[in-house]
Design a protein around this ligand. Sequence first.
Ligand code: UDP
Ligand code: MG
Length: 309
Amino acid sequence: MISIVAPTYFDEECIAELLSRITTVMEATGEEYEVVIVDDGSEDRTVALVLEEIRRRPRVRLVELGHNQGKAAALTAGATYAKGDLVLFMDPDLQDPPESIPDLVAKAREGFDLVLTIREAKADGLLNRITSSVFWWFLRRFTGLPLPEGLGTMRIATREFVDRFLQYREANRFIEGLFLHVGLRRAIVKVPHHARYAGRTKFDFKRKLALAIDATVSFSDAPLKAAVHWGVALTAMALLLAVGIITTRVLFVNFQLGWPSLITAILFGFGLNLLFLGILGVYIGKIYGEVKQRPLFAVRQVHNMDLPA
Ligand code: UDP
Ligand code: MG
């Protein structure tokens, strides 16, 4: 069986079209399948619409999370409830079209445990494209992960892969990074990319920045090491300056030491101190998030499913 997992968050305009297109595609393949919609605390009509669809489409299931917990938590919930031998993840906004599902399934059956997608031509607006490329540059630079350019959100994984993924218990979850960490055999297929079917993106610049920081903090300690490098460099510079000033004053000229330069030095030092204190704070915040050992997601209710909530 193939499970199709889609996290939703304020996607009421997309639900009907999404399920109708998935049904058309999947019925044509003749495969056994289920659709697991995970609602990440939408406050529009998303849940009501999915429930309505379930009455007509018995293969659709719904996991209702208790409140907005973020896409990574929603995907993890979907992976937990999906029962298929292959689990396909996709966004409900139809940017990566359901018509590509058979390509991914075929690739997975060639013997790959994770099939990622690359978007052929990005159909996002200019601003979204710019923030996306800054985002991916930042991620590659700081996480050191081999994240392919133009990575899509549609992907398919085998049961074995999903089971291994579910063993990752960290609260701060950068899904793309975890997926690369799982290892196993990976392949990439190209898929066409479309504009959002309806509604607005939830990943604006602010959210992308937050995600990039989360990903960096969970995959790299480079910012912490940067503090050491800056500390060493500045201390060395200060020592050199001190030696320079003392020798000049003692051996050559008797000059007045100016306070503007002092203020500048102090401001710079304090600023840098505060910056790295802040970076420490970010890591400590993440550690705090981990030690609480909360469940990775909180389910309110499941629908059309024999698994408990
Ligand atoms: N999403 C979610 N929880 C959130 C934010 C987003 O489950 O807190 C899901 C939502 O269903 C959305 C998908 O993530 O359809 C992808 O987000 P979006 O299409 O807004 O991002 P973009 O494709 O523009 O990067
Ligand atoms: Mg989208």
